[in-house]
Design a protein around this ligand. Structure first.
Ligand SMILES: [Zn+2]
Length: 415
């Protein structure tokens, strides 16, 4: 009933702003050929002659240029009847369209970044797209949906046609769920990118931690893990996190979206990407007891990102430009202090022993030796999209965490 109520509110909003001021997307998850998903867009009214339609080059939380437009195929702009429209691709991500008033519809196919033959600039899987028909779809919305430059603050409705009983695991609560189709609604492009979805047969568990309803969703192809088990190991961590946040969690709704893979990843890495109310994990499908501490370490890290960069950040992050991003000088803060506190809070709350905590920090001291020790962290952060500096990016999880430890020591000594 609650969901229906929300949806009615949403629909009232939808119709009160009129259909012409909304991006109306349709996605077909049923008729999928060659791991390509067909997407159609009925665009909002555009009052300019020329408009630029883009997929992101970079998305928040990743410090690498992925150029998601590379994974879009057969993009077509269809004109309204008895009119013409011209389209020209201007770079890997963007298309110039003229005259914009004549656009009836845009159609294209989304391909799979997890299994692509494009071997340059491989997308870290938690930020990418995975298309396994009849099994699972990992939908990072920036990989599926574009926006018109200058029109990123308009609402989006995404209509999915889906295999029967597939469920969209996500933190967004403005949606309606049917047997064969769903509609998900977002206030603007920034919110759309902030709420990824994993579509599959549902394996979800919901737990209440103080003020917050927490959804745990699990896709484990060989059923080595399930959402109930993950909820049981995250429960203590979430109570520890709420102690850290002085008695409550900083959001009222949060979703942990877990994808366990029984194959290696194209990037060779596993891990997760943070969002304001969710985090998406790609981890190896191995023995559930063996991976339990890794799940806690990564989940603590991603959840703590709510503090920084999601809330405490520089102006470059505040006004994120998906196609011309400016990087800030603060990766030592965004990633380093987050990584340190993910371990520190578990030790402080008794989830891990002091010895185990110290062995983790010792390992970081050793791992930091693999990187350029004289490179300035602020300079590396500012220039992280440049391959010369990006080679040292992973040091934010090693020396960056140690910087966090030193800062905490200085602050607590000062008290
Ligand atoms: Zn991080």
């Amino acid at each position: 009933m609650k969901k229906i109520g929300l949806y009615i509110l949403m629909m009232v909003y939808y119709f009160s702003i009129s259909a012409q001021t909304i991006y109306s997307y349709s996605v077909d998850l049923v008729n999928v050929k060659d791991k390509k998903v067909k997407v159609e867009l009925l665009p909002p009214a555009i009052n300019k002659d020329t408009v630029v339609f883009c997929f992101p080059a970079v998305v928040p939380g990743t410090y690498e240029k992925y150029d998601f437009g590379r994974f879009i195929q057969e993009l077509k702009v269809l004109p309204k009847s008895n009119t013409n429209v011209l389209m020209k691709r201007i770079d890997e991500n963007c298309y110039k369209i003229y005259p914009a008033q004549n656009i009836d519809k845009i159609t294209y196919y989304v391909t799979d970044t997890w299994h692509t033959s494009i071997k340059e600039k491989i997308v870290f899987e938690p930020a990418g797209t995975n298309i396994l028909p009849d099994s699972v779809f990992v939908i990072n919305n920036h990989g599926f949906f574009g926006y018109f430059r200058g029109y990123d603050k308009m609402p989006f409705n995404i209509h999915y046609t889906k295999p029967i009983n597939f469920y969209p695991a996500t933190a967004i609560n403005t949606f309606t769920i049917g047997q064969n189709s769903d509609d998900l609604f977002y206030t603007d492009y920034h919110q759309l990118v902030d709420f990824p979805v994993i579509y599959s047969f549902p394996d979800t568990t919901s737990i209440k931690i103080h003020n917050a309803q927490v959804l745990i969703s699990c896709y484990s192809p060989n059923k080595l893990l399930n959402s109930q088990y993950i909820a049981s190991i995250l429960r203590d961590l979430l109570f520890a996190l709420s102690n850290f946040f002085e008695g409550k969690l900083p959001v009222d709704k949060y979703a942990f979206l877990f994808y366990f893979t029984d194959k290696g990843t194209l990037s060779g890495a596993s891990g997760a990407l943070e969002h304001n109310q969710s985090s998406l994990y790609v981890l190896p499908e191995i023995d559930s007891v063996f991976i339990a501490q890794t799940i806690k370490d990564v989940a603590a890290h991603e959840f703590l990102h709510i503090l920084t960069p999601l809330n405490i950040h520089s102006e470059e992050i505040e006004y994120f430009d998906f196609n011309n991003p400016k990087m800030s000088q603060h990766l030592w803060l965004y990633e380093g202090t987050t990584e340190y506190h993910a371990h520190y809070l578990q030790a402080r709350e008794g989830l891990i022993s002091p010895d185990y905590f110290l062995s983790n920090m010792l390992q970081k001291i050793r791992n930091a030796d693999d990187f350029n020790d004289t490179m300035s962290f602020t300079k590396m952060s500012k220039n992280v999209l440049d391959p010369y500096y990006h080679k040292n990016y992973n040091n934010v999880y090693e020396k960056g965490a140690l910087i966090g430890m030193c800062l905490r020591y200085i602050v607590t000594q000062g008290k």
